[in-house]
Structure formats: structure tokens, C-alpha cells
Design a binder for this molecule. Structure first.
Ligand SMILES: [Zn+2]
Length: 200
């Protein structure tokens, strides 16, 4: 088969093909779009990508993505800093945020405990959570890890370690299906789970 495209287009198609959910056809379409776009448009796209890589870092408090030292939620004066919702990842945080059911702040663990895969407490940001929990102003920690085995194990570990502190430990209510990932759960279910949270 004769190759239609010069090397530089093939390289771009190859790059786009590595994006999640982008097949060869879409990669080809995107590359041709860029080929026909104005220089200004292409420059803007390229510099947005480079800026994102340079600027976006992890919030020093909750480990969400941030343009500055702290993320928009941690630096928002109206958020309740006495309540921390613990989630496994950014997508789970986004799901809860979208439900509008929580007005406190978050802690993103960056995964869940899974001894079989070699993921112990040191591999996720549990130490950082315990450090935050030392702050006397923290009144409640709401655990919203997944309902899969690893999520449950993580929830128990956190609750066991904070048992003898001044902090109320709660867990979002059932309604989130077993084995479920928060990011796939609809907003009403998340709202119900958050409002119906119970003491761990
Ligand atoms: Zn933050």
C-alpha cells in the first residue's frame, strides 16, 4: 500500500493514537485538522500543551491539580476546612464536586491499599493525611474510597489509625454499588451517599 502521508504527518498521527480513546482514524482526522489550521491556532495549541506541563502541579495540601501552590478548593475561603473528604483519585473528587453535596476540602490518596500488588501505606498519601489530621481544627474525615476490596481495606486502615483522635470518622453511605468506582456513579446517588454518611 502506498503511504499517503509524509513523515511529519505520520509522526503526529502516531502521537495522537496514543491518547486514550483515540483510534487511528480519529488521530488521522486530528492531524489533518492541524495541518489545515492557521499558524496562530497551532501555536496556541502547542504553547497550551507546554504551559500545562510546566505549570500544573499538585496542591501542597490536598494533592489535586493546581496552577499555584494550593488548588482552587483549598484556597477558597468559603470551603469548610474542618471537613476532609478522602478519595482515591482526582476523578472521584470531580464526581463528588459535581454532585455539589460536599462543601469541605479533599485529600487525594493517589490510589488504594493493595498488598498483593505491593501497594502499602507508603505508596499512597496516607502519611500526609495523618499529618493533616493532627490539626486541631479538623473535625470530620469522610472516607469516600471505592467499594472494591482495596477501597474498603484503605478505609479500615485510615479509620483504625485515627480511632483515638478528636476527629469524627465517617464513611459515605451505601448506594454506591459494591465494586463501584465513584466516577461512574450518578450525581443523585453521590448526594445521597454523602448526606447519609455514617460513623465508621
Ligand atoms: Zn488542594
Amino acid at each position: 500500500m502506498v503511504n499517503l502521508y509524509p513523515e511529519s504527518i505520520l509522526k503526529l498521527i502516531q502521537s495522537f493514537s496514543q491518547f486514550p480513546g483515540i483510534g487511528k482514524k480519529t488521530a488521522e482526522r486530528l492531524s489533518l485538522y492541524i495541518l489545515h489550521a492557521s499558524s496562530f491556532e497551532v501555536q496556541t495549541l502547542a504553547s497550551n500543551i507546554i504551559e500545562l506541563k510546566k505549570k500544573v502541579k499538585l496542591c501542597s495540601i490536598c494533592f489535586a491539580l493546581a496552577d499555584n501552590q494550593t488548588c482552587q478548593i483549598c484556597s477558597n475561603q468559603t470551603r469548610d476546612k474542618s471537613a476532609i473528604c478522602v478519595v482515591e483519585n482526582l476523578a472521584d473528587m470531580a464526581a463528588i464536586e459535581k454532585s455539589g453535596a460536599f462543601l469541605g476540602v479533599y485529600h487525594i490518596l493517589g490510589g488504594a491499599l493493595s498488598p498483593l500488588d505491593g501497594i502499602g501505606p507508603d505508596e499512597i498519601r496516607i502519611k500526609e493525611l495523618f499529618l493533616r489530621a493532627k490539626n486541631k481544627n479538623i473535625k470530620e474525615i469522610i472516607i469516600a474510597t471505592g467499594t472494591h476490596v482495596e477501597g474498603e481495606a484503605t478505609a479500615s486502615y485510615i479509620s483504625d489509625n485515627l480511632k483515638n483522635t478528636h476527629i469524627k470518622i465517617s464513611k459515605i453511605a451505601s448506594g454506591v454499588p459494591m465494586g463501584g468506582d465513584l466516577k461512574y456513579v450518578d450525581q443523585v446517588t453521590i448526594q445521597r451517599a454523602m448526606y447519609g454518611r455514617h460513623k465508621f
